[in-house]
Design a protein around this ligand. Structure first.
Ligand code: GLP
Length: 234
């Protein structure tokens, strides 16, 4: 796992854009995308470039259960607003938060992922170490599945909703194995709230208690962060 630390947020996001452009120039056509506050400046920057995704396919990591695509806090809405309306892909896939049968929906989504293997996967990280919505304890062998969100995850994401009661309790997410199949992974860990989990990730533990540590076994992961190494740490 390679780590690059930045003292300027603008440099961090410019580097992230350059990494995506480089992957694309090297032939990547299938991109796994992420949501969350961390990704907003990245998508804003991408929208200012002339990058063309019109022959590419995108997949999102996850979606809340129970929110229709027009709901302002659905990840479908987020993606359209921050990226896809300005930079359309040939096709963009997300799990369907309103699917009637979770087993059919997760099999459908996993099937699509296997049909169009991911060349590139963008990841944020939750304060509890989740990637996508794979909460602590998720099997590293997991495929796309339905999850019950941890209370801490609902609290962390409540800032996007008018009240905690509106935050869904379940979500669909790509599994850890679905993510690990991507040829190349770019993870952004931004902000002081991510310091503890970043340290655990970089300590090279390999434990299902911290889902992101699965990445330590992936051959091509780049982590970008604004967090500097703490000096004088015993
Ligand atoms: C959400 C998403 C994750 C994202 C994480 C971090 O729960 N499901 O994919 O990485 O939160 O979000 P933020 O960037 O807002 O801290």
């Amino acid at each position: 796992m390679k780590v690059k630390r930045f003292s300027s947020m603008d440099d961090l996001y410019s580097h992230a854009v350059a990494t995506i452009v480089e992957a694309k120039n090297n032939g990547a056509t299938t991109f796994g995308l992420a949501t969350g506050g961390t990704m907003e400046p990245l998508y804003a920057k991408i929208c200012k470039t002339d990058i063309d995704f019109s022959h590419c396919i995108s997949f999102n990591l996850d979606e809340y259960v129970g929110l229709e695509a027009t709901h302002q806090q659905s990840y479908a809405y987020y993606m359209n607003k921050h990226l896809l309306n300005q930079k359309p892909f040939l096709a963009s896939y997300l799990p369907d938060g309103l699917a009637v049968d979770p087993l059919v929906e997760t099999a459908r989504y996993e099937g699509l992922l296997q049909q169009y293997p991911l060349d590139f996967q963008l990841l944020g990280i939750g304060q509890n170490g989740h990637i996508g919505f794979n909460e602590p304890g998720t099997s590293f062998a997991s495929l796309t599945h339905l999850v019950t969100l941890e209370e801490s995850t609902r609290q962390a994401n409540a800032r996007f909703f008018s009240s905690i009661d509106e935050v869904p309790r379940q979500a669909y997410t790509m599994g850890i194995q679905s993510i690990m199949r991507a040829k190349c992974i770019l993870l952004l860990a931004v902000g002081e709230a991510k310091r503890e989990v970043l340290e655990r990730l970089l300590a090279s533990d390999y434990t299902e208690d911290v889902p992101a540590t699965a990445l330590s076994k992936h051959p091509n992961v780049m982590v970008l962060t604004d967090l500097q190494e703490e000096e004088n740490k015993l």
